[in-house]
Design a binder for this molecule. Structure first.
Ligand code: GDP
Ligand code: MG
Length: 444
């Protein structure tokens, strides 16, 4: 695992509590760590510089929200700036032009152009009910045209018949012609790449563009591209003029810093991301998720936001201390249920914590959802102090009494006890990690 930015900032900034605003020194110390985190996430150096400058300007003098720490505040500012630089979500492929709309796919060899051509065609066909024609302009690699043809067969999408000996520009012109005759709404031109950017590639792309007048030119790039991402994006944009980006291999374990680099130097939207080799594995771009990934954390930012609104910091700190020790009785559960209701219920809180999404599913599979909160609190209220502190006391006769007192039945009580056990285990686990992740998040 990567060391998260939260961990790093924690060690340098969390000592600084009880101040009203972020000082220049606080921010500088934090930004050194931010810079390291971004470089490790493969964000290009020049982008890191302009990014940290932008954050510095906003952060110095910013008010620290009550109940969170300066480190958390900086993380939030960094995160917000990252989201804003990554751009808006849901910028889809623009088909607003006379048919056939030409989409030209460009990028280096192996970046995923052919696969992404198939994925986009498949999406336009199934979601937008468009009639699509795909054409491979890759005359450099012998099997390239056949690869696209097979994707067409697999997805039921037309491909331009292969004619040996034609140049890429001739194929482009033939594809547009064939689409007009065939009544296709969209033509996808899958071009050839090179292992690196060179002059012949740029000339070829410019010629294809001139011949086919594409409405969209999508640069397909591997999300694992490192410092080269800036050169790559700048070159394609300057020489060919791109309209958007598609990042592939977002299913890999990279941190996706290339997204920020390429977006920053071109200003062009990231339209889609590839998350696997299969035709269905294409998704919308969500800047928040990518920002989380670049910073190496779950959605701590939202948690900070909600915590700032709802949680009584002192109570949370006491709770966190108990959790860290693995002591979590039914009194605590009752408190916790009340706070969870305030924070948007079980789904609200679980969904925000790294790795806790699965726990939420497990809990709701066990019939534990928000609707039960009120009833569960009633059950706990019907227990004696001793029972709340030590749930092991709850044998059959006691359960009967509690059920009668709370207007529930024994199975409701068993469910509650099961949930308590699961939560206690989970808290113990979280409390044990790195000196109490929960403690840090809750400002304890
Ligand atoms: P091209 O040379 O740019 O046309 O690249 P290809 O489309 O032939 O893709 C190269 C390799 O990357 C193939 O093995 C693809 O299956 C794989 N690939 C493409 N997109 C993705 C993706 O989003 N995730 C993963 N894991 N593999 C991908
Ligand atoms: Mg290809």
């Amino acid at each position: 695992m990567f060391e998260t930015l939260q961990d790093r900032l924690g060690s340098i900034l969390n000592g600084l509590t009880g101040r009203g605003a972020l000082s220049e020194a606080d921010v500088s110390a934090a930004l050194r760590e931010v810079r390291r985190a971004l470089l490790e996430a493969d964000v290009a150096l020049e982008v890191v510089r302009s990014f940290t400058d932008a954050v510095r300007e906003k952060a110095v003098g910013a008010e620290i929200l009550k109940s969170i720490k300066p480190g958390q505040m900086v993380v939030k500012l960094v995160h917000d700036e990252l989201v804003s630089m990554l751009g808006s979500e849901g910028v889809s492929i623009d088909l607003n032009a006379a048919a056939p709309v030409v989409i030209m796919m460009v990028g280096l060899q192996g970046s995923g152009k052919t696969t992404t051509s198939g994925k986009i065609a498949n999406r336009l066909k199934t979601r937008d009910k468009k009639k699509v024609l795909m054409a491979s302009l890759d005359t450099r690699r012998p099997a390239a045209q056949e690869q696209l043809r097979q994707l067409g067969v697999q997805t039921g999408i037309d491909t331009l018949p292969i004619i040996a000996g034609q140049s890429p520009t001739d194929i482009a012109a033939r594809a547009v012609q064939a689409a007009k005759l065939g009544g296709h709404d969209v033509v996808i031109l899958d071009t050839a790449g090179r292992t690196h950017i060179d002059e012949p590639l740029m000339i070829e792309m410019a010629e294809i563009k001139r011949k086919s007048n594409p409405h969209e030119i999508l640069l397909v790039a591997d999300a694992l591209t490192g410092q080269d991402a800036v050169n790559l994006a700048r070159n394609f944009d300057d020489r060919v003029g791109i309209t958007g980006l598609v990042l592939t291999r977002m299913d890999g374990d990279g941190r996706g810093g290339a997204a920020l680099s390429m977006r920053a130097v071109t200003g062009k939207p990231i339209k889609l991301i590839g998350v696997g080799e299969k035709m269905g594995e294409l998704e919308e771009f969500h800047p928040r998720r990518v920002a989380d990934r670049i910073l190496g954390m779950g959605d701590i930012v939202s948690l900070v936001e909600k915590a700032a609104e709802n949680i009584d910091a002192e109570k949370a700190a006491a709770m966190a201390a108990k959790m860290a020790k693995g002591k979590f009785d039914l009194n605590d559960l009752a408190d916790q249920l009340g706070q969870m209701q305030k924070m948007g219920g079980m789904g609200g809180i679980m969904g925000l914590m790294p790795g806790m999404a699965g726990m939420k599913d497990k809990m709701s599979a066990a019939g534990l959802d928000d609707k039960l909160f009120a009833r569960q609190i009633a059950i706990i209220n019907s227990m004696t102090r001793a029972e709340r502190a030590n749930p092991d006391l709850l044998k059959h006769s006691r359960k009967k009494r509690i059920a009668a007192g709370s207007g529930t039945d024994a199975s409701d009580i068993n469910k509650l006890l099961k949930m308590h056990r699961q939560m206690a285990d989970m808290m113990k686990m979280m409390g044990g990690k790195k000196g109490g992740m929960m403690k840090q998040m809750m400002g304890g």
